[in-house]
Design a protein around this ligand. Structure first.
Ligand SMILES: C[S@@+](CC[C@H](N)C(=O)[O-])C[C@H]1O[C@@H](n2cnc3c(N)ncnc32)[C@H](O)[C@@H]1O
Length: 224
C-alpha cells in the first residue's frame, strides 16, 4: 500500500519510517510512505502556500493551486489514489474505517495547517475527510500518522507474528488483560489459568475477560 502525504512538515514523518512496527512494514516493502513538501508547488518566489481569508478574520488559509498541483502530480503516479483531508470536521476514524481504508492500493493524505484549506479544495479535490477526534490540533500531520498506523496494522504481514485479531475493536469488544513476568509482584499473582498450559481454558478465560472488560469500560460497544 502506498501513502502519499502532503505536508508543510515532512520531517515529522521520519519517526514513523524509522521506529517500530510501521517502520518494519516499510522495510519489508509492505507499505510505502512518501512525503510531499507543499511549498515545492508554490509558484511565488517566497514559496507561500497560504493567504488571508476573504471576509476577514484571524488566521491564514491554504490556497487551492499548490494543493491541486501536488495532488495532480501524485495522481500521475497513482491514478487510483484515494484523497483524504485530515480535518476535525471529517468522519471519525474507527477500527471499521481503518479496515476499509486498508483495502485501497494508495491513499493520499492532505495535512492542513493554519485555519485549514480553501473550501474549494474540499469540494473538488477531496474524496473523504477524516477526523481523529472531537478536538482541534494544530496540523493534520499527527492525524495522518495515526491513520497510517491504524491502517497499516491491518495489512497482511505488517504485524508479523503479532496478531491484531484480538486487539480492541477487532471483534466489537476490547482486548483481554495481559500479564508478564514476574508471576507475583507485591502479593499480586497472575491469574492461575494463564500458568496452567491448558490452551482451551486460557482461550475461554480470555474470551470471558474481554467481554467483562468491555461491559465495564465500554458498554456502548456491546449495544452496537
Ligand atoms: C488549527 S486546525 C484548523 C481547524 C479549523 N479552523 C476548524 O476549526 O475546523 C489546522 C489543521 O489541523 C488538522 N486537524 C485539526 N484537528 C484535527 C482533527 N481532530 N482530526 C484531523 N485533523 C485535524 C486539519 O488538517 C486542519 O486543517
Amino acid at each position: 500500500m502506498i501513502f502519499d502525504v502532503i505536508t508543510l512538515f515532512p520531517e515529522m514523518f521520519a519517526a514513523l519510517k524509522t521506529e517500530g512496527v510501521i517502520a518494519r512494514g516499510v522495510k519489508k516493502s509492505l507499505l510505502e510512505i512518501n512525503t510531499w513538501q507543499l511549498r515545492d508547488f508554490a509558484t511565488n518566489k517566497h514559496r507561500n502556500i497560504d493567504d488571508s481569508p476573504y471576509g476577514g478574520g484571524a488566521g491564514m488559509v491554504m490556497q487551492v493551486q499548490p494543493i491541486r498541483d501536488c495532488i495532480g502530480k501524485i495522481k500521475q503516479q497513482n491514478p487510483k489514489t484515494k484523497v483524504i483531508y485530515l480535518s476535525p470536521q471529517g468522519k471519525k476514524l474507527t477500527h471499521k474505517i481503518a479496515l476499509e481504508l486498508s483495502k485501497f492500493e494508495a491513499i493520499t493524505l492532505l495535512c492542513g495547517r493554519y485555519e485549514g484549506v480553501d473550501e474549494r479544495v474540499i469540494e473538488f479535490d477531496i474524496d473523504m475527510e477524516i477526523s481523529i477526534g472531537d478536538y482541534v490540533i494544530s496540523g493534520g500531520e499527527l492525524g495522518a500518522m495515526v491513520l497510517i498506523d491504524a491502517v497499516s496494522r491491518q495489512l497482511d504481514g505488517v504485524l508479523g507474528n503479532q496478531d491484531s485479531l484480538d486487539d480492541s475493536f477487532a471483534n466489537g469488544q476490547l482486548d483481554y488483560p495481559h500479564y508478564t513476568r514476574p508471576e507475583i509482584i507485591d502479593g499480586q499473582a497472575v491469574p492461575a489459568v494463564l500458568l496452567s498450559g491448558h490452551q482451551a481454558n486460557i482461550n475461554d478465560w480470555r474470551k470471558d475477560k474481554a467481554f467483562e472488560i468491555t461491559q465495564k469500560k465500554r458498554p456502548d460497544l456491546l449495544n452496537k
